[in-house]
Design a protein around this ligand. Structure first.
Ligand SMILES: Cc1ncc(COP(=O)(O)O)c(C=O)c1O
Length: 373
């Protein structure tokens, strides 16, 4: 199977550990094992645990705890995966065939674009409209989601806009998928990373019988290094996913499964989400001040959720050329809009420590000034 390069991930994998400032991230700065131990992960007793295979679809304990986050779900509705990315991949392998149509909102995390095309599907996109507070373009949506559309992929909250769909938009999307017989795959890995205290993105789970949710510990929880994600879907679909999983990675690692059991417990989950929200509320004003310094040459809608700023710059220079200049001249990595399906924009990370954020922004700013002057 040939697959085209996943441009953003390839650029990150190549440079993120080599640059001085990695401003291409999208989660918040990660938790440590010590912090997880303080939340209840018993490291001492884990030391004596034989490092055999773990239950390949996730331990019953973990699946039950994940199921408890989704009303009406049981352990049989859940498949535990190596990150949300593996969850999305397995869904595509399970459901999408050559000749199918896959619909996808853009801008977005472009994994599904590459995976669906690699299995021979046609990908039809619909835009989240910059000029309409990231409301989907409903004409394009209806062209993309028809009786021929096997799967619709969206991320909500969305990477890279940080926007959240309104209740009415969610309803309209679910109704259309019911009508056309399309699986709706809602990637909710940023759910819980809301900026405003006390707010929470609504899950698509339970809104229709063709809804699949994927999520994981990487973003709102701030624990990407344990590589735990999950699929929540009707049990027959989950059973098919498990079969695919047998061929790919067999299952998640044992220590990660144990850590995840601690992280998804209600009080720990809320602790992680609160920590994420606090980091975002601390950092957003810094980014706001910085962006203001460029007047109307840099425009953005602040994220509702997620540690990402998507900034539109006033220049015809391609975003990749700007990102390359920032990397080469400033040893700093950012994501060019073209890697997330929206040219003319840059995606900048907001989830680091204050000093890191300020210095990263200063370096990016130096290149932007040179561009605008
Ligand atoms: C929407 C979305 N889904 C999935 C992923 C990958 O997540 P994970 O680290 O859980 O595999 C990302 C990473 O940026 C993402 O933005």
């Amino acid at each position: 199977m040939r697959i085209e390069t996943f441009e953003m991930e390839r650029m990150q994998s190549t440079w993120e550990n080599l640059v001085d400032y990695d401003m291409s991230e999208s989660g918040v700065r990660p938790l440590t094992l010590r912090e997880l131990a303080a939340m209840g992960f018993d490291l001492e007793s884990f030391m004596d645990e034989p490092l055999g295979y773990s239950q390949s679809n996730g331990t019953i304990e973990l699946r039950e705890r994940i199921a408890a986050l989704y009303p009406g779900a049981t352990a049989d509705h859940v498949e535990v995966t190596n990150g949300t990315s593996e969850a999305n991949y397995i869904i595509a392998l399970t459901e999408v065939r050559a000749g199918d149509v896959v619909a996808m909102e853009v801008p977005n995390y472009m994994q599904m674009w590459g995976v669906a095309r690699s299995v021979g599907a046609e990908v039809r996109t619909f835009r989240l409209r910059t000029e309409a507070s990231w409301e989907p373009d409903w004409i394009e949506f209806e062209r993309a989601v028809t009786e021929k559309t096997r799967l619709l992929y969206l991320s909500n909250p969305n990477n890279p806009t940080g926007s959240v769909l309104s209740d009415a938009a969610m309803r309209r999307i679910v109704d259309r998928c019911q009508q056309t017989g399309t699986w709706l795959l809602s990637d909710e890995v940023y759910l819980g990373a809301e900026v405003a205290a006390g707010t929470r993105t609504k899950s698509f789970w339970g809104m229709g019988d063709r809804v699949i949710v994927t999520s994981g510990l990487s973003k709102a929880y701030g624990i990407p290094g344990v590589r735990i994600g999950w699929i929540v879907a009707p049990p027959p679909l989950v059973a098919d996913c498990w079969s695919q999983h047998d061929y790919i990675t067999i299952g998640p690692n044992k220590m990660s499964d144990r850590i995840a059991r601690v992280a998804v417990e209600a009080k720990n989950r809320e602790h992680c989400y609160r920590r994420t929200g606090e980091i975002l509320r601390h950092n957003l004003p810094i980014a706001r001040e910085w962006a203001k310094g460029f007047g109307d040459r840099l425009a953005w809608t602040e994220p509702t959720a997620g540690a990402i700023a998507l900034m539109k710059y006033a220049s015809d220079t391609p975003s990749l050329a700007i990102a390359e200049r920032v990397r080469l001249n400033q040893n700093t990595l950012i994501v060019p809009g073209t890697h997330v399906g929206i040219e003319g924009h840059l995606r900048i990370w907001l989830g680091g420590r204050e000093e890191y954020l300020r210095e990263g922004l200063r370096r990016i700013g130096t290149e932007l000034k040179a561009l605008f002057d």
